[in-house]
Each structure stands twice: as C-alpha cells, then as structure tokens.
Design a protein around this ligand. Structure first.
Ligand code: MN
Length: 247
C-alpha cells in the first residue's frame, strides 16, 4: 500500500492484509523450495503462510504504534510560516485498479490529517493535466479530486484547483469551481495554451475571477499566479490586479 502520496510525509502506510499474505506466501515458497506444494504438503504449507502472515502483521501493528509520525514537511512549512502544503498523488500504477489507488491516497491523507489539523496547516492536493504536461499522473479530473477530498473528510485536506490544468482536461471551469468551493484550498492561475498570463489564451479569466470573488466568503485560501509571463512583470501584475478587481 506504500504508493501514492507518501513523498511529502516521509512515511509508507502499512501493507494491507492481502499484501502481507501474498508476501508471506512468496516467502514460504522460497524457503521451502515448493513452487507449488504437493497435495501431501498443502496443509503444512498453508499453516506456514498463516504463521508468517500473522507474525508480520503483528510486527507492523507494533511498528505503526511505536514509530512517531515523521511530519518533516509540516515542520518545514512552519519554519517558513506557510499554511499550505502542495501535495501530489503521484502517477497511475499499471496493474493496480484506480479504485485501489484512490483508497491508498485517501488512507495516506487520512493519516496525515490529524498532524495537519494540530498544526493549522492545510494540504492541497493538485489536479494536473495528463494531455500536455504530466502524462501518467493519477489525479486529473475534478470529480476524482472531489471524491478524494470527501473520503479524507478533513477541513485541512483540500483541492489545489489549477485552472490551467482543469481547462486542458475538461473545462467547465465556472461550474467546477462552484460545485467544489468547499473542497478547494488553493488556486493556480495560468492560461491555455502555453501557461502564460490570463488574457493570452482561451480562458475568460474575468468571469472566472468573478466567480471566485463571489464565493470568497466560503473560500479560505489564495489564488497564486503560476504562469510564464509574456509581458514585463510590473505590467502584467498591474493587469492582473485590474482583472481580479470587482470593488
Ligand atoms: Mn499548479
């Protein structure tokens, strides 16, 4: 189970019972020399697998309760006074059903949630596009992001809604933002194509910003400018201020 969302928290969630059993079976095969036990040895083989799986399972229980969670990312965030941690799910794993990867990601984030809550920090899980920039990445649809956030069920684990990535994958930006306001903890801003500043591409950022502005009482986070500017910095920052000003 030690896959998807573990880099940042420096821990591997423990193996599932099925994984322990599969590993135990492999181990008993190896040490007994029986790739497949003969009929006469079947019962003894099964007992050995049971015993190994039980022992390893008990060991894991002890390790999990004894080892303090390594929350180095949280410590680093506190040092620079950051209230947000960007989290990625990692890539899709061949041979593992998406449902299982989703369950693993939710389990890892549930494990992190109390650490985040205790420290007043919010992890924001980013949706990335797989068409242009991040082929193979696991979390590329808003609905999957919403499911993940729901399954974690902590106010300190939210979505990083990168408007550039969502536009490439599915568009429907305004409705996607409205439907997920309470799950979103951070926005990334960039236009499509090319990830340049708003106004250079196909997104109507005036209308997108207006929706974020209208929902701002329910939205506790920030919108970060994550683009490669074509215009000089001061010029394009002034343009952004104007584009996002509704007072
Ligand atoms: Mn981003």
């Amino acid at each position: 189970m030690c896959r998807n969302i573990h880099q940042l928290y420096n821990f591997d969630p423990p193996a599932t019972d099925e994984e322990i059993r599969a590993a135990a079976e492999q181990y008993v095969r190896k040490v007994s020399g029986f790739a497949k036990p003969s009929h006469a040895n079947e019962a003894a083989f099964a007992r050995a697998v049971d015993a190994v799986a039980l022992a390893v399972g008990q060991l894991l229980d002890e390790l999990v309760t004894r080892a303090p969670p390594k929350d180095r990312a949280v410590e680093a965030a506190k040092k620079v006074n950051s209230r947000r941690l960007v989290v990625l799910t990692g890539n899709e794993l061949g041979g593992m059903p998406r449902s299982e990867q989703m369950a693993n990601a939710a389990a890892a984030l549930r494990y992190a949630a109390p650490i985040l809550e205790k420290n007043g920090i919010t992890a924001v899980v980013e949706i990335l596009n797989t068409y242009v920039d991040h082929a193979g990445y696991f979390l590329y649809y808003v609905r999957d992001g919403a499911e993940l956030i729901e399954r974690v069920g902590s106010p300190n684990v939210r979505l990083l809604f990168d408007i550039y990535h969502v536009q490439i994958m599915e568009g429907n930006l305004i409705e996607n933002i409205r439907m997920n306001t309470d799950r979103i903890g951070h926005f990334h801003i960039g236009d499509v194509p090319g990830r340049n500043e708003p106004g250079t591409g196909e997104i109507n950022y005036r209308n997108v910003f207006k929706v974020i502005y209208e929902l701002s009482e329910r939205f506790p986070g920030y919108a970060a400018l994550e683009y490669r500017p074509k215009a000089p910095l001061e010029e394009n920052l002034a343009a952004m201020r104007q584009l996002a000003n509704f007072s």
